[in-house]
Design a protein around this ligand. Structure first.
Ligand code: AMP
Ligand code: ZN
Length: 493
């Protein structure tokens, strides 16, 4: 099989604010860490977008022949409300409200997360470590940070001393914030905290008597701070310094800034060479977010059971929609956008079917190698999936021209076209042909589409009794047809 790891990849590195040529620490190997979900509620499509951005990165790097160790954690402890150092643990709160064990909450939403990832055809990471499985590593890290003078103990809790750290290092190196501005902008939370300074952050918190998730430590029975788990788990599995760290834009500060500070304070190393941040998915022009409730969950979109969209969409169409935006741009989830993606996706799949039966000629009239390199160039340029998709539509044009015999490809070039299209569409973008997906939702969509076409035929034949019967009987079983400019769509009630 042909290998392409001589391709030159450029990655936009948040640390430098520039696109940089990507050089792995060990030739041929890549270590990549992505912050995983906090498993206290169902994932929404915003979360899916971020994880999908890194799924495509993972798939592309693997395709190029790199041996990628991809670590994506599960946060099952230590993440407090409002992403702050006070308040209740998100998982414990859910457990209290539902009167179940915290670990039942963790189990339920980890299973949900994995189901969603399977539905959307994600590749599993190489390692999926949990925060609760790495308490010892986190305690060791805290001890090192205290030993090195960058943390202090108060009333059984341990805080990172941001001011002390900033005397010799740069707190704000990633997020481009200045400590002076942070001091200026922090509201004093009238004596609620033991911290020396409000900018300090918790490494270990002493558990209140009612706090269920607690572990023994040299400082108190308590639990680790949220930022610490990612430092412990990334460096344990990828080394003190590794290639790529990813996450959503909202994690840049404080979470990732604190990860750098913790590693620098513990072992004197900036842990990551390339920081990648995926931009947000919006709904109605506003960030999709659990805390504001402005969310759509995957099953709501897949079933059509929601108030935002005119019909149900299949996982590959949602994947295609997401890949049509570059991962660093904001993307607004809209009905019009999804409908347009559906059309584009179907056009691509039709062309792929046609491609299988194309006939080769003796000579090529298309420079297929240069088209192939354009596909790689798109992905090499900071994983620019929309440009890649534009190149795939170039291929759709070629396929139709070859079918109509206005252009020709030799048998060797035709093989290159087929392999390249299949590699990029199925292996790298992770799309699945409709025929290959056979979830209940896809089958339902397919069956309703058949009925919609029968109704159109009935109307064309002026058989309105039949067309109304189809509409009414579908309505009786909870499927509403909607006639619009773009044709008939359906929703489930
Ligand atoms: P959480 O479980 O809240 O820690 O989020 C898991 C991941 O989803 C993080 O990388 C977040 O940055 C990301 N995320 C949260 N909301 C959105 C959104 N609206 N769009 C894209 N990514 C998001
Ligand atoms: Zn993290």
């Amino acid at each position: 099989m042909q290998r392409f790891n001589d391709q030159i990849i450029k990655i936009y590195n948040t640390l430098s604010g520039k696109k940089e040529i990507f050089k792995p620490i060990n030739k041929g190997y890549i270590g990549m860490y992505v912050c995983g979900p906090t498993v206290y509620s169902n994932v929404h499509l915003g979360n899916v977008r971020t994880f999908m951005s890194f799924d495509i990165v993972f798939r592309y790097l693997k395709h190029l022949g790199f041996k990628v160790r991809y670590v994506r954690n599960i946060t099952d402890a230590g993440h407090l409300e409002n992403d702050a150092d006070s308040g209740e643990d998100k998982i414990t709160k859910k457990a209290r409200l539902e009167q179940i064990e915290p670990m039942e909450v963790v189990q339920r939403y980890t299973v949900d997360f994995h189901n969603v990832l399977n539905t959307f055809n994600f590749l599993p990471p190489s390692i999926e470590p949990t925060a609760t499985g790495h308490i010892i590593e986190q305690i060791e890290l805290i001890s090192k940070i205290i030993e090195n003078g960058f943390a202090y103990v108060i009333n059984g809790s341990v805080y990172f001393n941001v001011h002390k750290y900033n005397e010799t290092k740069d707190y704000g190196i990633l997020s481009k914030r200045k400590l002076e501005d942070l001091i200026h902008n922090t509201r004093e939370l009238d004596g609620q905290s033991d911290k020396k300074n409000p900018q300090d952050f918790a490494l270990w918190k002493k558990a209140e008597p009612q706090h269920i998730m607690r572990w023994p430590s040299p400082w108190s029975d308590g639990f680790p701070g949220w930022h610490l788990e990612c430092t412990a788990m990334s460096t344990k599995y990828l080394g003190e310094k590794f290639d790529i760290h990813g996450g959503g834009m909202d994690l840049k500060f404080p979470h990732h800034e604190c990860e750098i500070a913790q590693n620098e304070a513990a072992i004197g190393v900036n842990p990551v060479n390339y920081w990648m941040h995926a931009n947000m998915l919006e709904l109605n022009g506003q960030r999709m977010s659990k805390s504001t409730g402005n969310t759509v969950n995957p099953d709501e979109l897949l079933s059509g059971n929601n108030t935002f969209f005119s019909k149900a969409f299949s996982p590959s169409i949602i994947r295609f929609f997401i890949a049509q935006a570059q991962y660093r741009s904001v993307l607004d989830l809209t009905d019009a956008g999804l409908l347009a993606s559906e059309k584009g996706f179907n056009r691509l799949m039709d062309a792929i079917k046609t491609m299988e039966n194309l006939k080769a000629s003796t000579k090529s009239s298309i420079d297929i190698l240069s088209w192939q390199q354009s596909c790689y160039n798109a992905m090499n340029d900071d994983f620019n999936s929309p440009i890649l998709i534009a190149q795939l539509f170039e291929a759709v044009k070629y396929i139709n021209q070859i079918k109509e015999e206005t252009e020709t490809l030799s048998s060797e070039d035709l093989e290159i076209l087929k392999n390249t299209v299949n590699n990029f569409v199925f292996d790298i973008l992770g799309l699945e042909n409709n025929a290959k997906t056979n979830t209940g939702t896809d089958k339902l969509s397919g069956a309703v589409d058949v009925l919609i076409r029968l109704r159109q035929d009935a109307r064309a034949n002026k058989d309105f009794t039949m067309s109304d019967k189809i509409r009414d009987e579908l309505s009786d079983v909870g499927i509403q047809l909607k006639d619009g400019k773009e044709g008939t769509t359906f929703s489930l009630s």
